[in-house]
Design a protein around this ligand. Structure first.
Ligand SMILES: Cc1cc2nc3c(=O)[nH]c(=O)nc-3n(C[C@H](O)[C@H](O)[C@H](O)COP(=O)(O)OP(=O)(O)OC[C@H]3O[C@@H](n4cnc5c(N)ncnc54)[C@H](O)[C@@H]3O)c2cc1C
Length: 395
């Protein structure tokens, strides 16, 4: 028997995107039920970068003030050549940056961000949160959506938002475009106490060492007490169709080109687990009637612009505004939301691929890359205007 909560909007997935959507909808007076597949609502224990484009949304959701004590504001974004160690370019993130984009760039532990959104959701009577509820399938008619979960339970709602991530079963039903694209890029992470960091020249900044088929990012979290380290490789074995792509040995092999100072930083990286990167070619429709997608389910991107979660949070704000504008006409609301989000998110996906290619350049392309980076102005990062100036936030 379906558990009848007919005026509820159902959200599949309680990650950053799904919870932001639930909160944004609740603030517009909507009742929402979040169905999360995992046995607990949570996030992995590493950092995340947040552009100035999401700051006003997190403020409006009442999330920023909850996580503010944990947030770190790096003083600059530095790109350095991993082979020589030389600084290639920097974007200062101080007052001029904040004046240009109206808001700061910040970094935060994923659990502090997700935990703050979760806490804000728990404080709202309009939101019900259920763990161990993996969406298995759904049906819709003109008035409602019926969701069946993997454990056999059923939920009825007036609409369904698939915020169920990269492998979204909601997407499989709505877009039916098969699995995401395997990029052949692999990520290793590590979080260590800041006092363990030997090379301390960029302690207050966010630094990215770039090399052929690799980069390594470092920034501090949690009041500066811990250092987040992320090493990414573009697997050569993957390109050649060989086995053991992106394994710890290949990580070492690709980083062997780096200056000893950078190579040594692999000591901060855990080899226990890696993340296999995927994205998708942008599509022109991720909505079907009363069902739509959000975040990675709709437009998964490589992380090279550090904007996947930012896009999910922007999605949530636009979606809630369109639902508020269209009353109970969810089909129209969802199409209007999609229309506003399609090209911006497609630009992030395509630009992230390009930027990854650019920073991972080798040979002659590396020389060109370094020359172009040297021409960047530290205080006039105009090339980020389209992204960091953000979206117009409807009331
Ligand atoms: C290495 C790396 C670095 C990144 N760095 C940044 C960064 O600095 N800044 C940034 O903005 N973004 C970054 N991203 C991207 C960001 O992590 C994602 O875009 C973001 O987490 C997507 O959020 P989401 O809620 O859409 O999906 P997810 O976080 O994947 O959440 C989906 C949720 O749905 C649940 N779920 C899955 N299947 C079902 C089901 N059948 N039913 C119900 N629930 C289900 C999952 O358990 C999960 O909780 C990075 C990504 C990577 C890989």
């Amino acid at each position: 028997m379906a558990q009848s909560k007919s005026a509820e909007i159902l959200v599949a997935g309680g990650g950053i995107g799904g919870l932001s959507a639930a909160l944004a909808l609740a603030l517009k007076g909507r009742r929402v039920r979040v169905l999360e597949k995992a046995s607990e609502f949570g996030e992995i224990g590493y950092g995340i970068q947040m552009g100035p484009n999401v700051y006003p949304i997190l403020e409006r959701l009442g999330v920023f003030k909850r996580m503010a004590p944990h947030v770190v504001y790096p003083d600059a974004l530095v790109l350095a050549d991993g082979i020589t160690g030389t600084e290639l370019s920097r974007i200062n993130l101080g007052p001029r940056f904040q004046a240009r984009f109206n808001h700061p760039y910040f970094v935060v532990h994923r659990r502090d961000l997700h935990g703050s959104i979760l806490e804000a959701c728990r404080a709202r009577d309009e939101i019900a949160l259920e763990a161990s509820k993996g969406l298995a399938k759904f049906n819709q008619d003109g008035a409602r959506v019926l969701v069946s979960c993997e454990d056999g339970s059923e939920y009825e709602g007036v609409a369904l938002i698939g915020a169920d991530g990269l492998w979204s079963p909601t997407r499989a039903a709505v877009v039916a475009d098969g699995p995401p694209r395997l990029a052949g890029h692999y990520v290793y992470r590590g979080l260590v106490p800041t006092e363990e960091i030997i090379d301390r020249r960029y302690l207050d900044s966010m630094v990215i060492y770039i090399g052929h088929h690799l980069h390594l990012v470092q920034y501090r979290l949690r009041g500066g007490t811990v250092m987040n380290n992320v090493a990414t490789i573009e697997s050569v074995r993957f390109q050649r169709g060989e086995p053991n792509c992106g394994d710890p040995q290949e990580l070492e092999e690709i980083f062997a080109q780096c200056t000893p100072r950078v190579r040594d930083m692999l000591r901060y990286i855990s080899r226990e687990r890696n993340w296999v990167l995927h994205d998708r070619d942008p599509v022109t429709n991720w909505t079907n009637g009363r069902v739509t997608l959000l975040g990675d389910a709709a437009h998964p991107t490589l992380q090279y612009l550090a904007q996947g979660a930012c896009m999910a949070i922007e999605d949530a704000a636009v979606l809630a505004a369109e639902v508020a504008r269209h009353g109970d006409d969810f089909s129209r609301a969802f199409l209007a939301y999609q229309q506003q989000r399609m090209n911006r998110t497609a630009r992030v996906v395509i630009s992230a691929r390009f930027f990854g290619h650019f920073i991972h350049a080798g040979g002659g392309a590396r020389a060109l890359r370094n020359e172009l980076l040297a021409q960047r102005s530290p205080d006039e990062p105009w090339e980020a205007d389209w992204l960091y100036k953000g979206i117009e936030l409807p009331e």
